[in-house]
Design a protein around this ligand. Structure first.
Ligand code: CTP
Length: 402
């Protein structure tokens, strides 16, 4: 809840600054202590006096405008803040923060703060989709910044699309929901597998699949933030882990993943198998590169072990959750896997539907527990989907559905 919280509202320069006025006002009305820091361009849109009146506090713009000789304002404000909100966040400020640039009061303060930082972007639709902006936002997310996605609609630049600053009420709601999350997994051990496996043919070639590990990494980050001690067994992926409570174990093949999962299985409370394990591997692995020859090359494949099934066979108190990636009849096939592999729950992923499945940053899934109760998780970022999955698991464990 924002009541009694010290909130630093960072306002950067875009037409959406007018909405930041409403945000400052609503936060103050909810009992927050709000101090506003503006960039010089923000002050071109709305005067500091407006924010001063709405927040009932002085407004800060210039690093060198030190009002109290006994304090250094930007450090003092960085320490004072419980929560920092950047709204609107322009492509420029996102770019500066992602690169550690501190050339004005707002960026300097944000670099110095230990507060939870929420970023609400607002910009032109093409700017928001630019690879540089996407890369910068990803970097900030990796460092623990929380993004409040812009809405879609008519933009001041005349375009219709994504880039409109989220409404002040929704920004506050998102922050309150996030702040309110209990660390309900504290003391729990969670084992997660993520990514593809890679099955060698020769020193040059291998079989694999499209998995990027994003869903499994989102689960690992969310579980760690909810207080769990996480062991993450992952195949070859580009994703990075940031949370100190995540122990990462890199594997390459299905066999290595099998070994790692079984080594760590016993002491776990929750085990989630989101990896896309190769079901087959070449029967023969060539030591030397296979030179090309005329005609066809037939590679004989053999089955790998079904890791999830093998865990289902030995499980005692562990809450075991599988994933099912399907393209047809997802619910029917998913439920069959739940029973066949002796799982406590399954997350069914229709990888053929838009916005779901491999590679992207979003997903939509159906969570089915052992009583075959279905919970739909609508299209959202993989992180949000991960949080909902963990909450369903926690609820089912409390209700002793296993
Ligand atoms: N899985 C596993 N080991 C394998 C294959 C799959 O542990 N060798 C796990 C996956 O991590 C996932 C679940 O089993 O949690 C379902 O994977 P999926 O690929 O959807 O199904 P399969 O069991 O491989 O069945 P099918 O290929 O018939 O769809």
């Amino acid at each position: 809840m924002v009541n009694q919280k010290n909130i630093l509202l960072g306002v950067s320069g875009g037409i959406a600054v007018y909405k930041a006025c409403a945000l400052a006002s609503k936060l103050t009305q909810k009992g927050a202590n709000v101090k506003v820091m503006m960039t010089e361009s923000a002050a071109e849109f709305v005067t500091p006096l407006t924010f001063q009146a709405l927040s009932r506090n002085p407004v800060y713009i210039d690093t060198f405008d030190e009002k109290h000789p006994e304090k250094i304002a930007h450090i003092d404000l960085a320490d004072w803040a419980d929560i920092a909100i950047i709204a609107p966040a322009t492509a420029n400020i996102i770019g500066k923060l992602a690169n550690g640039i501190a050339d004005d009061m707002l960026t300097t303060t944000l670099l110095a703060t230990q507060a939870d930082v929420y970023v609400a972007p607002a910009m032109n639709v093409h700017m928001y989709a630019h690879p540089a902006v996407i890369k910068n936002m990803k970097q900030l997310e990796e460092w623990g910044y929380h993004f409040i996605e812009p809405g879609a609609g008519y933009l001041a630049c005349g375009y219709v699309g994504k880039g409109r600053l989220e409404e002040p009420e929704s920004i506050i709601e998102a922050i309150e929901t996030h702040q309110h999350q209990e660390p309900f997994l504290t003391g729990r051990k969670v084992l997660i597998s993520a990514g593809p496996t890679r099955e060698k043919i020769d020193p040059i070639r291998f079989f694999t699949n499209h998995s990027t590990g994003k869903m499994g990494f989102a689960l690992a980050e969310a579980a760690a933030e909810f207080g769990a001690d996480v062991t993450l067994v992952c195949g070859p992926v580009a994703e990075k882990t940031t949370h100190p409570r995540i122990q990462r174990i890199n594997v390459m093949t299905a066999e290595e993943m099998y070994e790692a999962m079984h080594v760590h299985f016993e002491e776990q409370d929750i085990v989630i198998k989101s990896a896309a394990v190769a079901d087959y591997r070449p029967k023969l692995v060539y030591e030397e590169k296979m030179k090309k020859q005329d005609g066809e090359w037939h590679i004989e494949m053999e089955r790998t072990k079904d890791i999830l099934q093998s865990l289902g066979e030995v499980k005692s108190t562990q809450y075991l959750v599988g994933f099912a990636a399907e393209t047809t009849n997802p619910l029917e096939y998913g439920k069959k896997k739940l029973v066949k592999k002796n799982l406590d729950a399954i997350v069914i992923n229709d990888v053929s539907s838009e916005g779901a499945g491999f590679g992207g940053d979003t997903n939509m899934v159906t969570y089915v527990n052992k009583l075959l109760k279905q919970e739909e998780i609508a299209l959202a970022s993989k992180r949000e989907v991960a949080e909902k999955i963990l909450k369903f698991i926690d609820q089912d464990m409390k209700d002793e559905i296993r």
